[in-house]
Design a protein around this ligand. Structure first.
Ligand SMILES: C[S@@+](CC[C@H](N)C(=O)[O-])C[C@H]1O[C@@H](n2cnc3c(N)ncnc32)[C@H](O)[C@@H]1O
Length: 732
């Protein structure tokens, strides 16, 4: 909320009064259709930023808040689909094609809406994407959300597992950590189906598409899009809502897909009229008639398709969805018996097809209506179970031979962007990766083969730099992961039936858990049992322990029982990390609290907590490490020295600030032999300091400059690293 206030009260006002070279600047504005003013629009060129100081300050603010994850920058319309999902905090949500994760982030915000840091919502999000590299991007982005209610999977969406258990059939688990699951099938209250598409709606930002686009792209994707949407509907609970969206304006990828799934679902699914929702959002109705282009020909109906082209162009691409025979039957009754041969079409009929389905309920958002990219959105509701045949996942596609993942090099224009501030943590969404596209030339001929699975596993991705390889998430193995070697070859980790990705295991080392609970004084009311997870089958050398919500725990148990069909790349929130430094080994608890897990754990902790005055708190953030005797308040120094050696938490004492009561400000620290050190990156310290400035009473803060030890200087030199690697006392 600090950020929102800054935008509203500072930048929105100050930028309004500015001008450059005599002409007024257009201010920043909230997007009128986004709830609670949580999304803003700005439009400045680099040249303007260079010429104006307020603009430069605004730009710096955006950069910093973006880097620490408090602001997401993304194309405005790309934020629309989740808004039509009507997500509640207790919903199970599936994001079928989720990477790079800008919409996943919104879904998580909705799940966490109004739940305090210490309570977890009942709902959860499963974010899935077949492309593992893009999944890693998603994991990196959503990390800033600090959520225990997220599972990231990397399955093919059209085959996404329902994990349905047959009665009495439960897979045994090698781990011995097995129990009968509470859930018997994985079904969702909400499904977001933001499918791969040809991306022509992003033309303004990605001029490259002018060169690359051709009608074959959309035609090639239609089959996959239908399969993904059908799978989404079969995983949707009766009464649940699914949003289908693309950033393409091609009806073959849009209305034709919606029409085809409606036909296949035969009345069990309804296209919802959402004209009363988000009234400020300017949108146009979906098309009821269109033509299909193939090899330079405009085709009005499937009867126009030559036999040779019937592999690439299918009846479902046309408004009626009618097969060749059906259109011919219809034609003969209309045209009084004019015959066409099976092999060639002598004349292209101009009998126009018009869909009988209420496709006008779909939404088309076009650039010239409100200065955005283009988007297509359809909202579907499941009224009853699908016809039995449609419940099944699509056959495994022979994807490697037919598909080509196009690297998307769309570049986010830094200056024309929507800003979405909210709460404490947000993320920069990489608009460059907004539209991963898969071109599948013949998806309908999908063959059942295993080549795709093997290829995915054997082509390990590159991890984001700051993610340590071994046993950290994302767990999909790369060159650095799983250092176990067998006769010179790296032994790949195994997660159930998936080779090359770390296993997901419930952490049950009772002695370690008891030690953690005792050291931090964790209240019994905080559920630990079954909520701790690791990615290392060697429990003795576990480095990281993740915490999962009850909802995620249930899904993991179901997945285990069903034989692990979910290919899990990341799960839950990193809660504890093993201390690896020399001094860490001396601590009576081997695990420190990670900064992501702290907000969740803190309200349940009774030990290892210090309360610092503003002055000492600020000094800690500035100098990173302070000796007990150097704290301004001697009492604070004394209390620090009385703590057990190891991880501790320093909370800001609010007296003397104007901080709202609800806002606990705390940082993870290390109580060393003689000092306390902050365990936060330099950037996060800077951001917190800047945020605090606003609340600090006009108190004279004494300068520690003279007392600053050489050790402290060393710490300051270390930028961008977690302080556990730079604990001053273990450096010396
Ligand atoms: C339009 S992008 C998704 C953008 C994302 N929803 C967001 O808001 O950040 C489409 C995604 O679909 C993924 N994809 C392509 N084929 C897929 C498949 N068969 N199953 C799952 N994901 C797929 C691509 O890797 C790409 O990340």
């Amino acid at each position: 909320m600090d950020i929102l206030e800054k935008l509203e009260n500072d930048f929105a006002k100050s930028l309004q009064t500015e001008d450059i070279d005599g002409s007024e600047l257009v201010g920043i504005k909230p997007l009128p259709w986004y709830p609670e003013n949580l999304a803003w629009h700005s439009n400045y060129s680099r040249k303007q930023i260079r010429k104006n100081q307020t603009l430069e300050r605004f730009h710096e603010f955006l950069k910093l808040e973006n880097e620490v994850g408090n602001i997401t920058r993304q194309e405005a319309v790309s934020m629309v689909p989740p808004l039509f999902l009507d997500v509640h905090p207790d919903h199970f949500v599936l994001d079928m094609c989720a990477a790079p994760g800008s919409k996943t982030f919104q879904l998580l915000e909705m799940i966490h809406h109004r739940s305090g840091a210490e309570t977890l919502p009942d709902g959860m999000v499963v974010a899935n994407d077949v492309d593992i590299q893009r999944c890693n991007l998603l994991i990196h982005q959503t990390k800033r959300m600090c959520t225990a209610n997220l599972v990231v999977t990397t399955n093919e969406a059209q085959q996404f597992p329902g994990c349905q258990l047959r009665r009495g059939h439960v897979h045994s688990s090698k781990t011995g950590n097995f129990k009968e699951p509470d859930m018997k099938q994985l079904l969702f209250d909400r499904v977001l189906c933001d499918v791969p598409c040809s991306g022509d709606g992003t033309l303004r930002k990605a001029p490259d598409i002018w060169r690359k686009w051709n009608p074959g792209l959309g035609n090639g994707l239609h089959g996959l899009q239908v399969q993904i949407a059908m799978r989404g509907l079969s995983l949707l609970k009766v009464g649940g809502r699914m949003v289908y969206s693309t950033c393409s304006m091609n009806p073959v990828e849009d209305e034709a897909v919606v029409a085809e799934v409606l036909r296949r679902c035969g009345g069990s699914v309804e296209l919802v009229d959402v004209s009363a929702e988000l009234p400020e959002l300017v949108r146009r109705p979906g098309l009821k008639k269109w033509r299909v282009q193939d090899k330079g020909m405009w085709l009005t109906s499937y009867r126009d398709v030559t036999k040779l082209r019937r592999g690439g162009v299918v009846p479902g691409m046309f408004p009626s969805g009618k097969s060749y025979e059906d259109t011919m039957k219809q034609d003969s009754s209309i045209t009084n018996g004019i015959q066409m041969t099976d092999d060639t079409v002598s004349t292209i009929s101009d009998l126009e097809e018009i869909s009988e389905l209420p496709l006008e309920r779909c939404m088309r958002i076009v650039p010239h209506d409100q200065n955005t990219g283009a988007f297509f959105i359809a909202v579907l509701q499941k009224l009853s179970p699908l016809p039995a045949i449609q419940e099944k996942p699509a056959k495994k596609s022979n994807k490697n031979s037919h598909s080509e993942i196009l690297a998307n090099d769309l570049k986010e224009d830094l200056e024309e962007t929507a800003i979405a501030p909210s709460g404490d943590v947000e993320v920069e969404a990489d608009a460059a990766a907004e539209n991963g596209r898969v071109v599948d030339t013949d998806i309908t001929d999908a063959a059942d083969d295993k080549s795709n699975e093997i290829a995915l596993d054997s082509k390990p991705p590159e991890m984001p730099q700051e993610i340590e390889a071994e046993e950290s998430q994302p767990s999909v193995n790369n060159g650095g992961a799983g250092p176990e070697m067998v006769t010179g070859k790296r032994k790949l980790p195994v997660q159930g039936r998936w080779t090359g990705i770390d296993p997901v295991l419930f952490y049950k080392a009772e002695d370690v858990i008891a030690r953690i609970k005792e050291f931090y004084g964790i209240k019994e009311s905080f559920p630990f049992d079954g909520h701790l997870v690791t990615r290392n089958s060697d429990t003795g050398s576990v480095k990281r322990i993740y915490y999962v919500s009850k909802s995620v725990k249930d899904v993991l148990e179901l997945n285990l029982s069903a034989g692990q069909p979910l290919k899990i790349a990341s799960v839950g929130i990193k809660m504890f990390e093993r201390q690896s430094s020399k001094e860490g080994a001396l601590a009576s608890c081997a695990f420190r609290i990670s900064s992501e897990g702290l907000p969740l754990l803190l309200p349940h902790m009774t030990k290892q907590i210090l309360h610092a005055s503003i002055v000492d708190f600020k000094h800690l953030l500035q100098y990173k490490s302070i000796k007990f005797c150097d704290f301004v308040e001697a009492e604070f120094g004394k209390k620090s020295s009385e703590l057990l050696l190891g991880c501790c938490v320093v909370m800001l004492n609010k007296a003397g600030t104007t901080l709202p009561d609800s806002e606990a400000i705390a940082v993870g620290c290390w109580r060393g032999k003689n000092s306390v050190s902050v365990m936060m990156t330099a950037l996060d310290c800077q951001e917190l300091l800047e945020r605090l400035e606003k609340y600090l009473a006009s108190e004279e803060v004494p300068n520690l400059e003279e007392n600053k030890s050489s050790e402290v200087e060393k710490v300051e030199n270390e930028t961008g690293k977690e302080a556990d690697a730079i604990m001053p006392e273990s450096l010396g």
